[in-house]
Design a protein around this ligand. Structure first.
Ligand code: PAF
Length: 274
């Protein structure tokens, strides 16, 4: 951490701008798209790789979360990354889990937060620490984690954090599955069933001109066709992240989550309700 801090201090003193790409490793093309974007935005690019225990609840997949540092470093090779920051848990939390936390507020306990209590407080706490450690001017996040993006943007606004948030579109497989570090856990059958999420979003987008009820019915049918039970399927207002009214029109975001085999997947898409 000291080494990163002095590198940043030196480069900032020389007038360089700094971009941060926060990750938990197990890098895939979605992460690499964030790195390429960061490279366009700033002179210095820092990629953090840290599986943050604070954002995993009891019984979640902290222990089995993939840790692939060597492969991650190889994937970043040649992308113009200035520094990779891969701290240990004790370096990030020297006194044990921090007793000071960022609280995600009401939206933090909905959707992902309802299924994973405390997840967003833990996520925002580590993101705030990474912002301070890196002193970045800009941080890049993937649209795939739409609720995370909303909460990070809100934290930055609410706490006057001097950083810009850049949101990069979701990268997908050719058949529509959103890239995720957890996809590696899908068996061949799970992999087919996982298409329920992206197909539900495509059905929602097609039904959007007919309004909310049709969107929910069509998306639900797409889940049914794969015999996958959605954990949540909800249409939210991008400005508040609260569910839209039944007669809503205009821009909205469809959020979906489901457990496929033993793996929990999430996805989302922007739609325009008619
Ligand atoms: O999106 C992730 O990988 C994590 O939530 C993040 C932002 C790196 C914080 O641990």
């Amino acid at each position: 951490m000291a080494e990163l801090r002095s590198l940043v201090a030196e480069r900032r003193a020389a007038g360089a701008t700094v971009a941060l790409v926060p990750t938990m490793g197990a890098l895939h093309d979605g992460h690499l798209a964030l790195v390429r974007r960061a490279r366009e935005l700033a002179d210095v690019v820092i990629v953090s790789i840290f599986v943050n225990p604070l954002q995993f609840g009891p019984g979640e997949d902290l222990d089995r979360y993939p840790r692939t540092l060597d492969a991650d470093l190889a994937a970043l090779d040649g992308l113009g990354v200035t520094a990779v920051f891969a701290p240990s848990v004790s370096e990030m939390y020297p006194d044990g889990p921090s007793s000071t936390r960022v609280v995600a507020g009401g939206v933090g306990s909905l959707y992902e937060g309802a299924s994973r209590p405390g997840h967003f407080d833990g996520m925002l706490t580590v993101v705030a620490k990474l912002f301070h450690i890196s002193r970045a001017d800009v941080a890049c996040f993937g649209q795939k984690d739409a609720q995370q993006v909303f909460l990070v943007e809100r934290m930055v606004r609410d706490l006057d954090v001097p950083i810009a948030i850049d949101v990069v579109p979701t990268v997908r497989e050719a058949d529509g599955l959103a890239l995720s570090s957890r996809n590696r856990f899908l068996s061949a059958d799970d992999r087919r069933a996982a298409l329920a999420l992206s197909e539900a979003l495509a059905a929602a987008a097609e039904a959007a001109p007919q309004g909310l009820a049709e969107v929910l019915a069509e998306a639900d049918a797409a889940f049914g066709a794969h015999e996958v039970q959605p954990d949540y399927l909800v249409v939210v207002d991008p400005a508040t992240f609260l569910p839209v009214e039944s007669d809503a029109s205009g821009d909205a975001i469809v959020l979906v989550a489901a457990r496929v085999g033993a793996t929990r997947l999430i996805d989302n898409a922007r739609i325009t309700l008619g």
